[in-house]
Design a protein around this ligand. Structure first.
Ligand code: UDX
Length: 443
C-alpha cells in the first residue's frame, strides 16, 4: 500500500520504517530539512535499537523515502499518518498546532480519497478538529469533498524497544466510523497480527481516550509504588520484596512496579498533565492523577534528599559520580529525565559532578549546556576517583555488575545512592559499601 507519514520523530520514523518493512511504499515527510538530510544521507537522528538497520534496508530497497516536499508527499499515500509532536502548552494542555498544520497540508494538496490517521497522542475530539481543518482547506480550493476519513490509531511503543513494539504490537487500536477506512487499516495491519486478531475497532473518541488512559494508568502504578517505597523505608520493609509479593497476583501483574527516581520521558509527564487539563476543561478535578504528578515531582528529589541527609545541606567541596543521565536505559532521550532535577539540585547546593551515560552524553551536554560544575567522563569507571559518593540514576545494564572493589577503592568513602535499586543491600553490606536504595530495608 502507499503510505505517507508526516513527522519523522520517534513515532513517525518508527512507524514509517516498520510499515515499509512489511512491503508498503512509505514516504516520510518533515518540515525539518536537517532531519530529512540526515536520513537521506543514511543517518538516523535518534538512538533507537534496531531502527538503523530497518531504515537502511528499506531505504535501499526503495520502499522508504524521506522528503520535505509536502505536495509530493501528500499526493503519494492513500493512508496519511500524522505523527508530529504534541508538546505541552503553558497550561499543560497538548499543543495541537503541529497536528492541525499537518491536517491543513493534507487538505491543501489532496486530490483523491485519503485516510488520515492520527498517530500522535491527541486530546479527545482531535479527529473532529482534523476533519474540520481538512474540510476547510478543501473548501478554500472550491472542492466540496474528494472523500476522506479521519481515524485515530494511537501508538503505544516504548522508547528503547520501539521497533520491537511496533513490529510485535500487543494490540492495535483503531478508532473509526468509515467502513472503507476500517478495511484499509485492517489490510495495513494484517502482517502485524501474528495469528491473533489484535486489531480493535472502536469509536474515534474512545480510541483517543485509550492512549491517555493507558499512560495515566502506568504512571499511577509508578507513583503508587514510589510512595509505598518511601513508607517502606520508614516501617523497615523492603519494597523489592513487596513488589514480588504483590506482582504475583495476576490482577496486579509484575510489570511497571519498580520504585525509582520517578518517571520521565516524552510521554508520561506530558500525558498526565494533558489529562488533568482535559479534566479541568470538563469541570472535573482528576484527584488521583494530580496526586500521581505531585508524587512524581517529589520522587525526583528523593535521591538528593538522601545525599543531603548523609552529607548535609551545604555540598560545597563535595564531588559526586553520577551513573546514567537518560530518562531510562537504551535511549539517549533526556526529556523530563529525573537526572536533570537531580543534577540541578546537587549543583545548586555547591557540589560538583562527574557524569557518565553510555549513549545520552551528547544529548545531555546539549540540554544541560551552560551548567557549571558538571563534567562528563568517558566511562563509568572514570567518574569515580576521589568522588565523595556514587549516584546511580539510570539502570543501564552495564552498571549492574561493576567491579565493586574498584568502586570502594576509588571513592573517598564507599557510599552509593542507588536510585534504581539495581544492587542488593545485603551484598553491599558484605562488601563494606554504605548503601542507600529506594525503599530498601536497612538501606
Ligand atoms: C511510555 C509508554 O510505555 C508507551 O506505551 C507510550 O506510548 C509512551 O510512553 P516510554 O516513555 O518510552 O513509553 O517509557 P517507559 O518504558 O514506559 O518508561 C517511562 C518512565 O517510567 C521511565 O522514566 C521509567 O524509568 C519509569 N518507570 C517505568 C519506573 O520508574 N518504574 C517502572 O516500573 C517502569
Amino acid at each position: 500500500m502507499k503510505v505517507t507519514v508526516i513527522g519523522t520523530g520517534y513515532v513517525g520514523l518508527v512507524t514509517g520504517a516498520c510499515l515499509s518493512e512489511m512491503g508498503n511504499h512509505v514516504v516520510c515527510l518533515d518540515v525539518d530539512a536537517r532531519k530529512i538530510q540526515i536520513l537521506n544521507d543514511g543517518g538516523i537522528p535518534i538512538h533507537e535499537p534496531g531502527l538503523d538497520a530497518i531504515v537502511q534496508r528499506n531505504r535501499a530497497a526503495g520502499r522508504l523515502q524521506f522528503t520535505t516536499d509536502v505536495e509530493a508527499a501528500v499526493a503519494h499515500g492513500t493512508l496519511q499518518f500524522i505523527g508530529v509532536g504534541t508538546p505541552p502548552d503553558e497550561d499543560g494542555s497538548a499543543d495541537m498546532q503541529y497536528v492541525l498544520a499537518a491536517a491543513r497540508s493534507i487538505g491543501r494538496h489532496m486530490t483523491d480519497y485519503k485516510v488520515i490517521v492520527d498517530k500522535s497522542t491527541v486530546p479527545v475530539g482531535t479527529a473532529d478538529r482534523v476533519k474540520a481543518a481538512v474540510a476547510e482547506e478543501l473548501h478554500k480550493r472550491g472542492l466540496q469533498d474528494t472523500g476522506f476519513a479521519v481515524v485515530s490509531n494511537p501508538e503505544f511503543l516504548k522508547e528503547g524497544a520501539a521497533v520491537e513494539d511496533c513490529m510485535r504490537p500487543d494490540r492495535i487500536v483503531v478508532g473509526a466510523d468509515d467502513e472503507r477506512a476500517i478495511l484499509l487499516m485492517r489490510a495495513l495491519y494484517q502482517p502485524f497480527m501474528r495469528n491473533h486478531d489484535r486489531l480493535m475497532v472502536m469509536d474515534v473518541r474512545s480510541a483517543e481516550f485509550t492512549k491517555y488512559a493507558a499512560n495515566a494508568m502506568l504512571a499511577t502504578r509508578i507513583s503508587f509504588m514510589n510512595e509505598l517505597a518511601l513508607l517502606a523505608e520508614r516501617v523497615g520493609a523492603d519494597i523489592e520484596q513487596v513488589r514480588k509479593g504483590i506482582g504475583s497476583d495476576p490482577r496486579i501483574g509484575t510489570h511497571f512496579l519498580y520504585a525509582g527516581t520517578g518517571y520521565g520521558g516524552s510521554c508520561f509527564p506530558k500525558d498526565v498533565k494533558a489529562l488533568i487539563h482535559i479534566g479541568h476543561e470538563n469541570a472535573m478535578d482528576l484527584q488521583v492523577l494530580q496526586a500521581v504528578e505531585a508524587a512524581n515531582d517529589r520522587q525526583k528529589m528523593v535521591l538528593v534528599d538522601k545525599v543531603v541527609k548523609r552529607f548535609g545541606e551545604d555540598l560545597t567541596g563535595r564531588r559526586f559520580a553520577v551513573w546514567g543521565l537518560a530518562f531510562k536505559p537504551n535511549t539517549d532521550d533526556m526529556r523530563e529525565a529525573p537526572s536533570r532535577v537531580i543534577v540541578d539540585a546537587l549543583l545548586a547546593r555547591g557540589a560538583t559532578l562527574s557524569a557518565y551515560d553510555p549513549v545520552a552524553m551528547t544529548e545531555a551536554r546539549r540540554v544541560m549546556e551552560g551548567l557549571s560544575g558538571i563534567t562528563y567522563a568517558d566511562s563509568a569507571d572514570a567518574t569515580l576517583d576521589g568522588a565523595d559518593a556514587l549516584l546511580v540514576v539510570t539502570e543501564w545494564k552495564e552498571f549492574r555488575t561493576p567491579d565493586f572493589d574498584r568502586i570502594k577503592a576509588a571513592l573517598k568513602q564507599p557510599v552509593v545512592f542507588d536510585g534504581r535499586n539495581i544492587w542488593e543491600p545485603a551484598l553491599m553490606k558484605t562488601l563494606g559499601i554504605e548503601y542507600h536504595g529506594i525503599g530498601r530495608a536497612g538501606a
